[in-house]
Design a protein around this ligand. Structure first.
Ligand SMILES: Nc1ncnc2c1ncn2[C@@H]1O[C@H](COP(=O)(O)OP(=O)(O)OP(=O)(O)O)[C@@H](O)[C@H]1O
Ligand SMILES: [Mg+2]
Length: 397
């Protein structure tokens, strides 16, 4: 804005003085009008000129018009100040400097022609050119800095918006993985408790259907009633994500002992439980995992092994707790199972895979030893070094 006012002022002063010194009006008036018009047009459509890369050419034409004015009257020579300023804005800086030197040469020649002292004729315009270049360059650098700052702010705002989107994604993923973890928990618990209970009830009911003896039938009905009652209680606990009833109050050893006892009672398999050495205090999550492994392993003994004896042993070593379930049944091909287990639709059911996942979730693992006709030993182990309390806080079964 200041630059436009300055140009208008210098043009006006030049015109007044030129008229006063008797310049040729036939040249003066049209040249002043065309120059003013060219300047206004260039300013109004500056954006279009600059974008099209025509800025320097516009300045060249303006400079030629100014040259014409200077020929009509040397009083216009000071309008060069605005040309120097424009050069910085419309040309690359080195080109602007070269252009300014050319314009300066014209102004100096005019001054010399007017009879000004050579020192004054050179120094005056040179200082003018330096000031114009300096002011414009400073202004240009400030404007660039402002644009850069604005870009920075824009980038910051964009990053912040991306962060919000990322945060939303993260929350959704967490929710989904929470839902998945809950589904896994439910399916494992249903498999290890309710499904096994129902299969017991089924076996007992089938056995009952083949008995005529009322006393035996009564015993079977009692067992069915107990198993159904336990299942009902267990289903509530599974849904409410509570600690298994079997563990409440009595701890893992007692729960395992009861489990083995009822297997014997219901199937006639000779089953024993031994706790080898004092049982270390375990986190609830660890106790639940080992109890579920035992339930699932004994269900396998019952369903697949045809065993006559089964030994359940709980061993506490310095760094780990082990649960072994060994039967003398028909065994199975472990290599076959290991190969099929990682496949999504693995053959052979859910039990062993779910045992392994439960144990691995807590830093342990499942080891199987079996061969056809040679019984099965299932070994589950969990680390003891881990912070027991941490498992209690974070690791619901
Ligand atoms: N103690 C065992 N004796 C003989 N075979 C066994 C024994 N334990 C497991 N198996 C074999 O390993 C297979 C896989 O057992 P897993 O518990 O994973 O599945 P499942 O018992 O068949 O089905 P689910 O447990 O899902 O009801 C069984 O089908 C069986 O052939
Ligand atoms: Mg099974």
């Amino acid at each position: 804005m200041g630059r436009h006012a300055l140009f208008a002022l210098l043009l006006a002063i030049g015109t007044v003085r030129a008229v006063g010194s008797g310049a040729d009006l036939r040249w003066l008036v049209p040249l002043v009008l065309i120059t003013a018009g060219w300047y206004v047009a260039g300013t109004a459509w500056r954006a279009t000129f600059v974008t099209a890369g025509a800025g320097p050419w516009w300045l060249v034409v303006l400079t030629l018009l100014w040259g014409g004015l200077v020929l009509v009257s040397p009083d216009f020579s000071w309008a060069a100040f605005v040309l120097w300023m424009l050069a910085v804005h419309l040309m690359a800086f080195p080109l602007a400097v070269a252009y300014s030197v050319l314009v300066l040469a014209v102004v100096v020649l005019v001054q010399l022609d007017l009879g000004t002292h050579p020192a004054g004729a050179v120094l005056g315009p040179a200082i003018g050119a330096l000031v114009a270049l300096g002011v414009s360059r400073g202004e240009q650098l400030l404007a660039r800095e402002a644009v850069e700052r604005q870009h920075l702010v824009d980038r910051l705002v964009a990053t912040q918006e991306e962060m919000v989107v990322l945060h939303d994604d993260l929350t959704r993923t967490q929710r989904e993985s929470g839902a998945l973890a809950e589904r896994t928990r439910l399916s494992r618990d249903i498999h290890d408790t309710l499904a096994q209970g129902f299969s017991s009830i089924l076996l007992l009911a089938r056995a009952g259907a083949q008995r005529d003896d009322l006393a035996q039938l009564h015993t079977l009905l009692k067992q069915i009633e107990e198993t159904a009652g336990e299942n009902l209680e267990e289903s509530r606990r599974v849904v409410n994500a509570l600690t298994p009833a079997a563990l409440e109050g009595s701890g893992l050893s007692a729960a395992l002992s009861r489990l083995v006892g009822s297997l014997s009672q219901e199937t006639g398999i000779e089953a024993h439980f031994t706790a080898d050495g004092p049982v270390a205090p375990l986190a609830t999550a660890q106790e639940v995992a080992l109890l579920r492994v035992a339930q699932s392993a004994l269900a396998n003994v019952r369903q697949h092994s045809g065993a006559t004896r089964v030994m359940v042993t709980l061993t506490t070593a310095p760094e780990q707790v082990r649960l072994d379930v060994a039967d003398d049944g028909q065994g199975f091909d472990v290599t076959d199972w290991e190969e099929a287990a990682p496949l999504p639709a693995a053959r052979g059911g859910y039990g062993l895979r779910s045992m392994r996942e439960r144990l691995r979730d807590l830093g342990g693992d499942l080891v199987l030893e079996s061969a056809a006709g040679d019984g099965t030993v299932l070994g589950a182990h969990l680390p003891l070094a881990a912070d027991v309390a941490a498992h209690d806080r974070g690791g619901r079964p």
